[in-house]
Each structure stands twice: as C-alpha cells, then as structure tokens.
Design a protein. Structure first.
Ligand code: SAM
Length: 248
C-alpha cells in the first residue's frame, strides 16, 4: 500500500475528516442572512459530509457535496440514504481545482477544512464566480492565532502549509477577491476533538498494533500522532477560523 492508501485506511468511516462541529456550522450559517428560501448549496471537500447533512437539515434547497476521494463520496452517500434525503442532497466525485459548474450556479458555497488544499486565495478566487450575485462563501481555514510560534510548530506548518496566514491576512485576501466580510470566528477546541482527533486517536491505537510489522504504516501513523501531539501542546498558536463573506 502506498502512503495515500494507508492514510485513507486510517481515515475511513470517521465522522469527520477535519475539525468542525454542528454548532460552528450553524453559527456560520446564521451569518448568511437573506438567503433565498431554497438556496442552492455547494459543499467543497465535503468528506463524509457531517456539515453537508447539517446544512441539509437547516435549509430547504438542493445541496451538492463534492470530494476528490470516492471513499468519502460513498460515505456521504450512505449518510444521505440513512437520512432519506436523496431527493435534495447529492454526493459527487470531483476536483475542487476543476469544478465544472456554470457561473452563478449557487447561492452558498461551503467548505470546512478543505480550501487549504488549493490555498485560501486561489480557492476564493476560483470558487467565488460560481456564486450568484449576493451569494455567500463560508469556509474554515487553518490560521495563525498568535505570532512567533515555537520552532516545532512553525516547522510543521511551514512544511505542511507554508501559505498559512493570520486572521487579518485572510480577511485581506477575501476583500482583495471582491468579498464583503460578514463575520469570522475561531472554532472551539472541542471542534477538533469530538469528531476528529478523538476518534482518530482511538483508530491509531488499533492500527499501531495491527501494523506492528508494517514500517510504511508505522511511519504514517507516527505522522498522525505528531500532528495530534502538536495540537495538544500548542493549540493557542493556531486554529481553524470560520470566514463568512458575501460576493457581488
Ligand atoms: N469537510 C470535511 C470535514 O470537515 O469533515 C472534510 C475535510 S478534510 C480536512 C479535506 C477534504 O478535502 C477531504 O475529504 C479530502 O478528500 C478532500 N479533498 C482533497 N483534495 C481534494 C480535491 N482536489 N478536490 C476535492 N476534494 C478534495
């Protein structure tokens, strides 16, 4: 198995694939005042789709969740069927860097923990034309919360996401892309633990035993442990921030 297959095996059937929780999703949604009664929603990098389903419960319009990996698209599809929402919610395989929707197709574009894959600026720049005039973009993004982080934290993020900014830096990017800033807030630490690092830690324990004789597997597990360990020690230096903006 290559590194990506090992990663996908570790991450299969988890409630989320990144920090987030229902309360934060609904708090961001509340900032999107004046949406049409049945808004058209796109959820980019939806993963297994906890936030997709939260949006589907809260809104009356059609929702499309897009993810690159079939494993997550299938997990969302199961959730859609379990909730009996196949008439309104669609799980679709697709690449966030090549979304073939006509301009102005959506009233709301959502993305939790995924825009970093393209980079915040590139993501906003390429997704915002898909919004109808007055449409909203709501995204979470890994963000520096304090300056001068310890060397260990800085090195980790410099290697993983060198484009990471502080809040002001991201607000500047939104405005430079033509967005009006509606609001932003830092996700609580519980949003990292309850549905993501908590279940992931349990998973790591099981796989550390199962893959005891698998050096490649051990290496991927160690990377996951390092990431969690870093957050345990330095969560005041970085976090996920919800940014809500309006375009057009
Ligand atoms: N939004 C989900 C959540 O909060 O649980 C998932 C967040 S996870 C950190 C990032 C997601 O982006 C993963 O599900 C991953 O498969 C997806 N992804 C990675 N590259 C992608 C791409 N090029 N296009 C679409 N999705 C992608």
């Amino acid at each position: 198995m290559d590194e990506m297959q090992l990663f996908l095996e570790i991450h299969q059937n988890m409630p989320r694939q990144g920090p987030g929780n229902t309360a934060s999703t609904l708090k961001a949604l509340k900032l999107c005042a004046g949406l049409p009664s049945a808004p058209r929603v796109l959820d980019v990098g939806c993963g297994p789709g906890m936030q997709t389903m939260d949006l589907a419960q809260a809104l009356d319009g059609p929702i499309t969740g897009v993810d690159f990996f079939t494993q997550y698209v299938e997990e969302l599809q199961k959730n859609i069927e379990k909730e009996g929402m196949a008439d309104r919610v669609t799980a679709m395989q697709g690449d966030m860097e090549a979304l073939f929707f006509p301009p102005a197709s959506f009233d709301l574009i959502w993305s939790e923990g995924a825009i970093y894959i393209m980079g915040f600026e590139k993501g906003i720049h390429s997704w915002s034309p898909l919004l109808a005039p007055g449409g909203y973009l709501a995204v979470t993004e890994a963000t520096w919360l304090k300056s001068e982080p310890p060397a260990r934290v800085k090195q980790f993020w410099d290697e993983g996401y060198p484009l990471m900014k502080n809040i002001e830096g991201n607000l500047d990017i939104i405005q430079a892309c033509g967005g009006e800033i509606i609001g932003h807030f830092v996700l609580p630490e519980s949003a990292w633990w309850d549905h993501y690092y908590g279940p992931l830690e349990k998973r790591l324990e099981i796989l550390e035993e199962k893959w005891a004789d698998n050096p490649a597997g051990q290496e991927v597990l160690a990377m996951e442990r390092t990431e969690i360990d870093l957050f345990k020690n330095y969560s005041d230096y970085y976090g996920y921030v919800f940014y809500v903006a309006r375009f057009g």
